[in-house]
Design a protein. Structure first.
Length: 451
């Protein structure tokens, strides 16, 4: 077909009709937008633009250059274009856990996208800007993962900040711990050479009052030297204010600057538990035993022993605390020394249960070997919970398997409220679904027939 020519303002001859690359019809200028009309070859008419019809590049090339169109497939290799993955929307699981492009080599979590599983190759993965703990390969994956990640992002952010502070404190020898039992809780903020404190919450003994106090007279003198004559009165005033706020509670705070300032009983208990120190524990034991010998009978008329010495508010004796903290050598010494091994079989003492609570399986085996009862429980074990429940609620699968498969515990055993291990896990650990260990415990219990 012969196409008539017309002249533009510059005198250049141009066709009065052009070929649409989508519908392949030769149309006049009225059928094209100004921009499309000025395109050299890849143009679409107004009708195709409105209908969304795309240009067929291969067909257009053959129509414009019929003499050069190949009769067969060209031997020339064509460059493959990487197809972009379809967008993943929030809540969609498509594309998750696909084989990554990093081969079979093991990679760290910081090298793999948390949503699609793509491995880092040439470009570093991006982190969540809030918690800086989770990695993504693209903004698309981050948006898709947000509904799930939102549930834990804030806590991860807090944990990251806390971890930074802890690392900084550890470099200076400082640390803090917080633990709880069925009696109450214990908190220690330890800063060698500075102000340290422990907080007992849940029990007051003798004439003790709630509030903030110096642990001993030696601790008061040590604080006076540390702060100096000007700051010490201000610090005492601050303690008085804190005591007023704690009035009517069972919370007592005791302050010290050195472990040497504490009474022998506190030194002994701390050295077995929170501040493991075998040498100090062995040195303090004779003083503790002497104190017990002159203390008289207990209210029930029985003779006290080393197992009756427990952490205020917390209720754990030295062996239980060593087991819970995983202090293997100290626990073995306490379990074998004739002066202290009574704690293995004493009523209201459950060292194996506390070892399983923190997954110290080897320590639990050692205690059982020396005569400890793995079935023993107590009121301080969160209300006489079975050891299996204690391990299960804390997500300690290895400890649970040890109790069931080696110690003969009944996986179907119920607590005092009539709850089996799976029900107890759901009631007492509301976030169990987010803890892999708890999920594994639940699956194990179900495989053993607990409905």
């Amino acid at each position: 077909q012969t196409i008539r020519q017309m002249s533009n303002e510059d005198g250049v001859e141009e066709p009065n009709a052009k070929l649409c690359g989508a519908c392949f019809e030769e149309l006049t200028i009225e059928n094209f937008s100004k921009k499309q009309w000025q395109m050299k070859q890849r143009r679409r008419c107004k009708g195709c633009v409105e209908s969304g019809k795309e240009i067929d590049a291969a067909k257009l090339n053959a129509a414009l250059n019929p003499e050069t169109a190949p009769a067969s497939r060209s031997n020339k290799k064509k460059k493959k274009k990487n197809k972009k993955a379809p967008p993943a929307f929030a809540g969609s699981t498509s594309g998750r856990y696909q084989p990554n492009t990093g081969g079979i080599r093991s990679k760290l979590a910081s090298h793999i996208c948390a949503w699609c599983g793509k491995a880092e190759e040439t470009e570093a993965l991006k982190t969540c800007p809030e918690c800086e703990n989770i990695f993504y390969c693209s903004r698309t994956c981050q948006k898709a993962a947000w509904p799930e990640h939102e549930l834990v992002c804030e806590q991860l952010k807090k944990d990251r900040k806390a971890t930074k502070k802890e690392r900084k404190a550890e470099r200076a020898g400082n640390f803090s711990i917080s633990e709880a039992s069925g009696f109450g809780s214990f908190f220690l903020d330890y800063n060698p050479g500075s102000i340290s404190m422990f907080v007992f919450n849940g029990e007051l003994r003798g004439n003790e009052q709630p509030g903030q106090f110096f642990a001993t007279e030696a601790a008061e003198e040590g604080m006076r030297k540390f702060l100096g004559p000007q700051k010490f009165p201000l610090f005492c005033k601050h303690m008085e204010t804190g005591s007023l706020n704690d009035r009517g509670t069972l919370k007592r705070t005791e302050i010290f600057t050195s472990v040497d300032e504490l009474y022998p009983i506190e030194q002994f208990l701390m050295s077995c538990g929170a501040l493991p120190d075998m040498e100090r524990a062995q040195a303090m034991l004779p003083f503790v035993l002497h104190g017990i010998s002159i203390s008289g009978l207990k209210p029930d008329g029985s003779v006290p022993n080393i197992g009756d010495i427990t952490v205020r508010g917390f209720g754990l004796n030295a062996l239980e605390w060593a087991a819970r903290r995983g202090n293997y050598e100290i626990a073995e010494w306490l379990a074998t020394d004739p002066r202290t091994k009574v704690m293995l079989s004493q009523s209201e003492s459950a060292p194996v249960a506390w070892a399983c609570y923190t997954n110290k399986v080897e320590l639990a085996k050692m205690l059982v070997k020396h005569g400890a009862d793995s079935h023993a429980t107590a009121r301080k074990v969160f209300g006489n919970k079975p050891a299996t429940h204690l391990a299960g609620e804390n997500g300690q699968l290895l400890a649970l398997k040890y109790l069931v498969e080696e110690c003969g515990h009944d996986i179907h055993e119920c607590d005092e409220l009539g709850q089996d291990i799976r029900e107890s896990l759901r009631v007492n650990n509301r976030v169990w679904r987010d803890v892999p260990g708890c999920v594994a415990v639940d699956e194990y219990a179900r495989s053993k027939g607990v409905l």
